[in-house]
Ligand binder design. Structure first.
Ligand SMILES: [Fe+2]
Ligand SMILES: [Fe+2]
Length: 209
């Protein structure tokens, strides 16, 4: 089986850890945004509320797309309980319903704050399952983590550009990951790894649709 394959995949453990560190840094940032929202009053400060919600939804969308297109497919081959991936995908779909509702709302909508709060509850639950179960079960030999990391970094940059998010924010938006991991990975994905990563990324996207 794949458990003792240490030849071509021996360097994959570092990349696996970098991927989970990057995803955890995203999680941390989003959790903070939901907490920050609780301190705001949509009536008194509608602009700040709207800005925080818009920013958070964009961040969740980029994160979810990276997981769905690249991370989950790789994780399927590297996890004991594949059900965890199915559940995560269903949770993403549920969250997207709320995200779409929120995009059509403004702070003056009666259910704006409630909808964002419920999204936060879903997301927190989902994060707990990813970090508490899924990430812990991932084997090193089950996936080509080096390639997955390169693809994720390249696609992250592309998605952020598409959404008009500042790409240079990647380092400071993920302080934990930046310190714990990506430095060199980011530089790598920015240079020779890009063509291969972009090709694979777009292929997996078209397969998905
Ligand atoms: Fe996640
Ligand atoms: Fe997720």
């Amino acid at each position: 089986m794949a458990t003792r394959n240490t030849s071509s995949r021996s360097s994959g453990s570092g990349s696996k850890n970098k991927i989970t560190a990057m995803l955890k840094a995203d999680h941390k940032k989003v959790r903070k945004a939901f907490k920050d929202f609780e301190k705001l009053d949509p009536q008194e400060d509608p602009e700040a509320c709207q800005a925080l919600v818009t920013q958070t939804l964009a961040e969740i969308e980029v994160h979810a797309e990276l997981e769905e297109q690249l991370f989950y497919p790789a994780a399927r081959g590297a996890i004991k309980e594949e059900d965890l991936i199915d559940e995560a995908e269903v949770e993403h779909m549920t969250a997207k319903v709320l995200i779409e509702q929120l995009k059509g709302m403004g702070p003056d909508d009666e259910k704006f704050a409630a909808t964002f709060k419920v999204l936060g509850e879903y997301v927190n639950h989902h994060i707990q399952e990813e970090e508490g179960e899924m990430f812990k079960q991932l084997t090193q030999a089950g996936a080509e983590w080096d390639t997955v990391l390169e693809e994720m970094l390249a696609q992250r940059e592309q998605l952020m550009q598409e959404k008009g998010m500042p790409v240079e924010a990647q380092a400071d938006e993920a302080p934990g990951a930046a310190r714990a991991a990506p430095r060199s990975a980011g530089a790598r994905a920015g240079s020779e790894a890009r063509p291969q990563a972009a090709g694979k990324a777009s292929r997996s996207r078209s397969e998905k649709q």
